[in-house]
Design a protein around this ligand. Sequence first.
Ligand code: NAD
Length: 358
Amino acid sequence: MSRPSAFTHTAGPARVLFGRGSLGRVGEEVERLGVRRALVLTTPPQADDGARLAQSLGNLRAGQFAGATMHTPVEVTLEALEVLRRTGADGVVSLGGGSTTGLGKAIAARTGVPQVVVPTTYAGSEVTAVLGETENGVKTTRSGPEILPETVIYDPVLSDTLPVPLSVTSGLNAMAHALEGLYARDGSPIYSVLATEGLKSFRDALPRLLEDGSDQDARDAALYGAWLCGTVLGGVGMSVHHKLCHTLGGRLDLPHAETHSIMLPHTIAYVAGAARTELAPAAQVFGDPIGGALHDFTTSVGAPLRLADLGVTELELDGVADLAVTAPYWSPRPLDRDGIRELLQNAWDGNRPVEAGA
Ligand code: NAD
């Protein structure tokens, strides 16, 4: 019989709609939030999808801003705020991945306008109250209730066009939220259930997407997994994996999802010996020892395996290791300079990780 010990569980108040065709309900949800005129946000490559969505909103349409970009630069947010003001919009609809969601959050953080988010990747930002933005090349992070989107509409039809390589890395990015959620200090039995279910969804979906990117059952399962894993990210604190990816990404300007997928087997192997019980559900899904099993899984779905392939030079690894241990944070296995340097070397080489003590 499973008997949880004492725990505290806090959940975000977001409203979630899931299902093929649910994009058609954006207008209804915009109205439900009391928004009279909504500004549709996208990246430049998704501008046409945004234009179609804006068109479908009829009288609820204020306009479109198709300038969302990576790392949520403040200058782009200021441009979008000007469009918001000029069009008289009192709400935003963010259609896209984490970059577009980030822009919507940045606008909401400054104006308090409600957000409807329609995610088209598996990043999970839509269910977190965290905003990361950059100004003059410096990334800052803040959180607050006004940042958490009010409504999320998951329509798997929109993810059908997500290129398979990005589907794989984005899915592994989502899995990282779940894996770290399992050993989070502020975890709860409910988040562990969500995390395990999310991991199973991606274990089943990613190999099928590799075979056929238009496999609808696999697309549905992956987007469902994205919601579950994102909810874990929004509910509990992340640890060594996310921090190391942020250190690497911030210092060397690396692509988000690829960095997460390369690092995942190595960071999990680093903590596995210290969090064996907490990671047991993941080992049941992927195999034991979990770090090596994740390496086998990422290899089987064609994910990038080597930091070297992202243009990182071996000489840069020392600096990243130094930086990672200068601002210590909680991890099931405390961060030590040599251990982190070794982890980075393995990730640079693309080796199958071996757990400490294994
Ligand atoms: P992204 O939003 O940058 O999208 C990558 C590219 O894929 C873009 O060009 C986009 O237009 C395109 N794209 C997206 N969906 C598509 C689709 N269905 N079909 C075709 N093209 C599509 O990438 P991402 O990985 O979703 O987001 C990464 C960003 O999100 C990072 O800046 C990261 O820091 C942030 N993020 C924040 C949180 C949070 O909680 N604050 C969580 C996760 C990620």
